[in-house]
Design a protein around this ligand. Structure first.
Ligand code: C5P
Length: 201
């Protein structure tokens, strides 16, 4: 039986962590749709045309080592404003969403555009300062040399671009449950997410 859980929200709000935990809890597959845009962004930085790159995207492109860098994140949010890039990625996402055995999809427009019929929708958010601090700790933990101010500027620039674009802007679906993780531990956020999903089952 197909059961789709849509988890949207801004950068570094905890979507990825919550999505993985939710997928494990329910035994569902998980697709981080941001990786698709990051893979296209990385190809644009290589000099490729983003629309051609999106149309030719292959799952092996999602294994590139550099997809988690701040440069690729910015490039991802730039290619994500292009309607033809978004259109090229729709079929792959919808096919994954309806896979038998259930799917957790995390992104920006899953509940609003990709899977408006999703059985459960969450919008995971947190203040920009909390999100920047989390991303800063994650990046410096991996050895990146970057300041908190740079990470905060990066997070705000992406929020701005993601929320104000014409095509599939970042916003909660009308029927999404909002999970604000600003003052929650990971375990508390995961428990809230699971409780909200179980209420829809
Ligand atoms: O979630 P992540 O930070 O990996 O996403 C990178 C960028 O990809 C986002 O800033 C956003 O511009 C874009 N994106 C999107 N739609 C999605 C997932 C990601 O536009 N469903």
């Amino acid at each position: 039986m197909a059961f789709t859980i849509a988890i949207d929200g801004p950068a570094a709000a905890g979507k990825g962590t919550i999505s993985k935990a939710v997928a494990t809890h329910f035994g569902f597959g998980h697709l981080d749709t941001g990786l698709l845009y990051r893979a296209v962004g990385a190809k644009m930085l290589d000099g490729d045309d983003p629309v051609t790159a999106a149309e030719a995207l292959d799952v092996s492109d999602l294994d590139r080592e550099d997809l988690r860098t701040p440069e690729v994140a910015q490039a991802a949010s730039k290619v994500a404003v292009i309607a033809a890039v978004r259109a090229a990625l729709v079929d792959f996402q919808r096919a994954f969403a309806r896979r038998s055995g259930g799917a957790v999809m995390d992104g920006r427009d899953i509940g609003t555009v990709i899977c408006p019929e999703a059985e459960a929708k969450l919008f995971v958010t947190a203040s920009a300062e909390v999100r920047a601090r989390r991303r800063f700790l994650e990046l410096t933990g991996k050895g990146s040399v970057i300041t908190l101010d740079e990470v905060l500027a990066d997070v705000k620039a992406r929020d701005e671009r993601d929320m104000n674009r014409a095509e599939a802007p970042l916003r909660p679906a009308d029927d999404a449950v909002i999970v604000d993780t600003s003052t929650l531990t990971i375990d508390e956020a995961v428990a809230q997410a699971i409780a909200a999903i179980e209420a829809r089952q």
